[in-house]
Design a protein around this ligand. Structure first.
Ligand SMILES: NC(=O)c1ccc[n+]([C@@H]2O[C@H](COP(=O)([O-])OP(=O)(O)OC[C@H]3O[C@@H](n4cnc5c(N)ncnc54)[C@H](OP(=O)(O)O)[C@@H]3O)[C@@H](O)[C@H]2O)c1
Length: 256
């Protein structure tokens, strides 16, 4: 693992709360300059202030091309390169929060037969197309770094190999909204890995596991500190460390 992170520049998307905030905080504590991505500028500013030294807010809505272009322009002007990109921004549902539903109450609304196509499109817009759009805008800056890391934050809920098995804990929850968006994210990530396999940029997938954040209505087995742990670990790996991986905390491999 690379030991000296001083001078390295990282961007974490969706870093104003939850796992992203924790990742940004830990990267800043390791000496990186961290751009705290937030779709809401004020929330990003507050999060960066809370983190303190090394953290800088950046307005970034991954579904808004103008916002992505402005963020890329700012990073180019201020730093000229990007060493670490953590694509963490994600949503589980648009209806669960607006209807005030728990995960259990929401489950019947997200089956293949009952899912709202508008909701599928909205969730995929953030979790899949947003990640691709940010990648396309920031790849030229990642190429300016001597070596760079991309971490896409996925979920075991998107694993086809796991969830085809009726014994998988997420098997009954596999639906077209969130789970399939993470499957698509994994596929898009593979396309990035293939494109970059002869470059100094390493691409990895990491999952926080079932973590108590706004996304789950604060249900979960893991604290944000536990959820962020694997994302931080792989964000700080060096160019010779394993890549093309999909891991959960304690370096546990998740099948694709
Ligand atoms: N929590 C879990 O159990 C779990 C498990 C596996 C994977 N994950 C993944 O971990 C990542 C982080 O989730 P979390 O649990 O920390 O959830 P969270 O606390 O709800 O945080 C999600 C973050 O993403 C941001 N975001 C949403 N849409 C965005 C957009 N269009 N542009 C930019 N930012 C946007 C949110 O901003 P606002 O504050 O403005 O909403 C928030 O900062 C997600 O990719 C999620 O799928 C979570």
């Amino acid at each position: 693992m690379t030991k000296d992170f001083q001078g390295k520049v990282a961007l974490v998307t969706g870093a104003n709360q939850g796992v992203g905030f924790q990742v940004a905080q830990e990267l800043a504590a390791r000496g990186l300059t961290v751009l705290v991505g937030a779709r809401n500028w004020q929330r990003g500013k507050e999060a960066a202030q809370k983190i303190g030294t090394g953290a800088h807010p950046i307005q970034l809505d991954v579904t808004d091309g103008a916002s992505i272009a402005a963020a890329a322009q700012r990073i180019r002007a201020e730093f000229g390169r990007l060493d670490v990109l953590v694509q963490n921004a994600g949503i589980f549902s648009t209806r669960m929060p607006s209807l005030g539903l728990s995960l259990t109450e929401y489950a019947p609304l997200s089956l293949a037969s009952s899912a709202s196509l508008d909701e599928v499109r909205a969730v995929w817009e953030t979790n899949v197309f947003g990640v691709l759009a940010v990648y396309q805008a920031l790849l030229p800056l990642l190429r300016q770094a001597p070596t760079a890391n991309i971490v896409n934050v996925s979920s075991a809920m998107g694993s086809l190999s796991l969830n085809v098995d009726p014994a998988s804990p997420y098997h009954r929850m596999f639906g077209p909204v969130y789970s399939a968006s993470k499957t698509a994210l994994n596929a898009i990530t593979l396309s990035m890995m293939v494109e970059l396999e002869n470059s100094p940029i390493r691409v990895r997938l990491a999952s926080p596991g079932f973590t108590r954040t706004a996304l789950t209505g604060y249900a979960g087995f893991e604290s944000v500190e536990e959820g962020a742990r694997e994302v931080v670990r792989v964000a700080l790996l060096g160019p010779d460390d394993p890549s093309g991986t999909f891991t959960h905390w304690e370096n546990q491999t998740i099948p694709w």
